[in-house]
Design a protein around this ligand. Structure first.
Ligand code: ATP
Ligand code: MG
Length: 424
């Protein structure tokens, strides 16, 4: 029969990789809890109109990357390409906006129809942090420090932080006019994408990945020259806090980010390890977003981090995370041993919830079960054969630490094992 292939750009996480995913998620949850960010989960599907309005019509995501379709009742729906739009929508839908402050986080799959390559997939996963209702630069700094702490705990090195300020919509309008004038004067040098953006969203030309435009972009007017006083103060406040905290960064005046909703602060943690997939974590402030979606005006700021890229970095930097092996493998050979062993295993689990015990199910000889025990990585084997069943004992055998095998009576087994493994 013909095989059914997986969907292009969508990956399975195999058991040997799952430990790394769980580790990253666990460390992130710990840090979020420590900073008092609470989890908000939003649906994977939203109305297409949400992303068009939030992210902007002239962005890569909305122009060419969304998985959109019509459902049976004719509604236009889209698999979420990012988290912020859905969270802002949820904040409005659930009345979390008026006079409130929230520190939120989310984790989960995102979908973008990009060309798959290393670090770039069609289903990928993000950890996302957001703060609503905080106006000043202190929360921007906290969010950046939180991400820095996460990288540190994960042992990831060599990431560079770039920051910039996009100002307010007003100061950006003035800058935008200057950019349009500049790029119009050089229109013949632009590529097709950039020509289209010249009309729709000229700032996005700065974000172009076309190397032929690099020189032109480098010579373009810079946003910082057009920054309004309050945005400049906000930016200075952020820089001060990063300096105070000893976080190294560079100001990249061309950092504009690929989404329309940003105001003031934008930042990226980048790696030099790969080509175009250099962003590991990106974020910024989007004070206008909630109002743009029809809610009350409320300041907001956040970031998103790509879990696949973080795990790639951990692997490349020699920090692969492997699942913890069992402490004990329970060898049971023969019909009565299999039956009694099955029961004993559950009693041990009742006594020691933290016990990692692999039961030798599925039968097999002593030889084959010991092979499996070795392969499992367990430190100890509990051995139960027909002879042990008759005598009411098991053998406790060290598999890697050396030492003698000992016989333990079944009523003593649980306490003996607990003492051996340091459970209390
Ligand atoms: P890029 O410049 O690499 O396309 P982006 O600016 O589109 O990234 P964001 O929308 O800011 O990325 O998403 C936040 C993070 O999600 C990125 O920093 C990256 O780590 C990750 N990410 C984005 N797109 C993908 C993808 N297609 N596959 C895997 N990870 C991704
Ligand atoms: Mg992208």
């Amino acid at each position: 029969m013909e095989l059914i292939a997986p969907v292009t750009g969508m990956n399975d996480v195999l058991p040997e990789k799952a430990a790394a995913w769980q580790h990253v998620e666990r460390v992130a949850r710990q840090i979020f809890a420590a900073y008092r960010y609470t989890e908000l989960r939003v649906p994977v599907l939203e109305q297409t109109a949400l992303f068009k309005r939030a992210i902007g019509e002239f962005t890569d995501i909305v122009e060419k990357e969304m998985f959109s379709f019509e459902d049976r009742s004719g509604d236009r729906l889209t698999l979420r390409p990012e988290a912020t739009a859905g969270i802002a929508r949820a904040a409005i839908s659930n009345g979390l906006v008026h006079n409130q402050r929230h520190r939120l986080y989310m984790m989960g799959p995102m979908f973008r129809g990009e060309r798959p390559q290393k670090g770039r997939y069609r289903q990928f996963h993000q950890i996302d942090a957001e703060a609503y209702g905080y106006e000043g630069p202190d929360i921007d700094a906290e969010l950046i420090l939180l991400s820095a702490r996460l990288f540190k705990r994960l042992g990831i090195e060599g990431l560079k932080l770039e920051i910039n300020s996009l100002g307010t919509p007003e100061s950006r309008r003035v800058y935008r006019a200057a950019l349009v004038e500049y790029f119009t004067a050089h229109e013949q040098a632009l590529d097709e994408d950039s020509r289209r953006r010249l009309v729709g969203n000229p700032l996005r030309i700065l974000d172009s990945k076309n190397p032929q435009l690099a020189g032109l972009i480098a010579a373009a007017p810079q946003l910082v020259e057009y920054l309004d006083t309050e945005s400049a103060e906000h930016f200075a406040g952020l820089r001060e806090r990063l300096d105070d905290s000893g976080i190294a960064y560079t100001v990249n005046p061309r950092l504009v980010r690929g989404l329309d909703y940003y105001t003031r602060t934008v930042f990226e943690w980048i790696t030099s390890a790969w080509g175009a997939q250099n962003a590991v974590c990106s974020g910024g402030r989007y004070d206008g977003l909630v109002a743009q979606l029809g809610g009350e005006s409320i300041p907001a700021v956040g970031w998103a981090l790509g879990i696949e890229r973080v795990i790639l970095l951990m692997e490349e930097q020699g920090r692969p995370i492997v699942a913890e092996p069992p402490q004990v493998f329970f060898v049971m050979v023969g019909a009565s041993a299999q039956r009694l062993g099955f029961k004993l295993v559950e009693q041990l689990r009742d006594a020691w919830p933290e016990l990692r015990l692999e039961a030798g199910l599925g039968g097999g000889s002593f030889k084959s079960q010991f092979k499996r025990a070795d392969k499992s990585g367990a430190d100890w084997a509990i051995v139960l054969g027909e002879g042990e069943v008759e005598r009411g004992v098991v053998a406790l055998k060290p598999l890697r630490l050396g030492g003698e095998q000992a016989e333990v009576s079944i009523p003593d087994l649980s306490a003996r094992l607990g003492a051996l493994l340091g459970f209390t």
